[in-house]
Write a protein that binds this ligand. Sequence first.
Ligand code: F6P
Length: 366
Amino acid sequence: MARTKRLGVLTGGGDCPGLNALIRAVVKRGTHEFGYEFVGIENGYEGLMVPDGAWPLTLEHTRGILPKGGTILGTSNKANPFLWAEKEDGRWVERDRSDVAVRRYHELGLDGLICIGGDGTLSIAHRLAAKGVNVVGCPKTIDNDLTGTDQTFGFDTARAICTEAVDRLHTTAESHQRVMVLEVMGRYAGFLALHSGLAGGADVILIPEIPYRVEPIVERLHRRHVRKRSFSIIVVSEGARPVGGELSIVERAEDVPGRGVVRLGGAGKVAADMIAKHIDAEVRVTVLGHLQRGGGPTAADRLLATRFGCKVLDLVAEGLWDHMVGLRGSEVVPVPLSQTTKERKVDPNGELVRFARSLGICFGDA
Ligand code: F6P
């Protein structure tokens, strides 16, 4: 009789709503339909780098987790086996320790590794595949910035939270006749800002794909004032910047060993300070931060995560390694991991931006 397949499951990078729904789908379908065994790898790839980072993941662990935010496996956005941070002579150095992860994969008797994550996690998975590890991927991120899939899970929930924030800011903005600036996440892609700004009826939306100038924004606020609309809502993506200006960075990549990427923050304040110099109304800034990633997933994210979780087992059954699942139109399909670079951005000439402009929303460029 053929040995039961044993699969590792890990969640890497920033968490997002829907991770638990996906883990549940994988373990349920995998156990009932295929008779697979699962090993939970803790805190992203860290679980493959340390001695006690893996444990049997069973149906028992997945009971009741469908609507829960976060991930029962834990996650990390600093655990990169190819850029492993360790102390040497009292200072942090980053080394390629991917051989440790590969060895651990074999020691655990794994036949495959299901990597659930964003660009960082999936590109590490692709590199591990080149070292002989059987990997398959599932794309998640609130930023929605991955190529290879029309949408990532986590985005719908974060978009709903941002939209609710815009709604809530409206009422207080109107009462005080203020200009309210809302900074949302998204890294180098403006999807969260654009979608929530449009869905919430913002007056100005600033996104990384369209560097802004203060003049058109001030002009837009003045026009509202003349029309007796004495409050305004501005949604600013954390990756937005003025023409010729810099990204707003709170932590450089080299400040956090193993992290490998910058941490953004402060773009809302930069825009607010520039605007405040030109208007009489009071300006207030709200930074939504990690509220965007917390809590349970929307129905749409539960569904997408569940579909990804079920589909990824088809890839395993077919031995279609070094691929991830992706949404293409209405279908979930296999996509080579080599095609999942973090390049998806808002198209500044696309339909949503054009329609937003036609409704009078200002992007700070005209
Ligand atoms: O990629 C998801 C994300 O939430 C980004 O939108 C944001 O820039 C980043 O992660 C924040 O990272 P951290 O959780 O390390 O603060």
